[in-house]
Ligand binder design. Sequence first.
Ligand SMILES: CC(C)(COP(=O)(O)OP(=O)(O)OC[C@H]1O[C@@H](n2cnc3c(N)ncnc32)[C@H](O)[C@@H]1OP(=O)(O)O)[C@@H](O)C(=O)NCCC(=O)NCCS
Length: 161
Amino acid sequence: MIVSPLRPDLISEVERLMALGEPFVRPRTSSDYWLYARLFSSTCPVALEGGTLAGAVIAFRSQDDPTDVYVQDVMVHPDYRRRGVARLLLDSVRTRAVGWGCHRLYLTSEPENRPAHRTWLTLGFRNAPGDRHVDGVQVLADFKGPGKDRAVYELPVSRQP
Ligand SMILES: CC(C)(COP(=O)(O)OP(=O)(O)OC[C@H]1O[C@@H](n2cnc3c(N)ncnc32)[C@H](O)[C@@H]1OP(=O)(O)O)[C@@H](O)C(=O)NCCC(=O)NCCS
């Protein structure tokens, strides 16, 4: 498995991959992916096996708090799940964040997305305190806009001393 930054020539494959993520991941437009490949590629890694796209992560360093990296999408092709692809991709983002001196990766998922919840916890993220619980998951109301309640997960990162 090779991990590399998102490139413009992979955009249509990334769109097809993201379309398989419904209902939890939805594809963005090709011009969004073009921007990610042109401006944010070092935090938008893709995983390729023999030229096939196995997974992709879209993440960005915050400008409001440059010690934060926000992970917008994590998507692994159904044929490649439970093979460590999400771990590999998030490790790549983590390494980039550590290089910048960032302190935290964070992401959100929908409370009913149990595989995602299990994945984040296994990878060392903590479910941030919310204002209610849904089946044991802490959830913050309106986190992504009105009516868009989300479970928030964060992973502290730092350079090894
Ligand atoms: C969630 C998702 C990204 C996980 O990707 P993945 O590559 O399969 O995850 P990994 O193989 O790196 O798994 C790491 C660990 O997370 C846990 N995990 C992953 N998927 C799991 C599942 N379905 N059920 C329980 N635990 C799971 C396991 O502990 C796993 O380690 P193990 O396989 O050695 O036991 C993938 O299921 C996916 O793309 N889902 C659809 C899109 C989505 O919901 N994305 C998140 C939206 S916010």
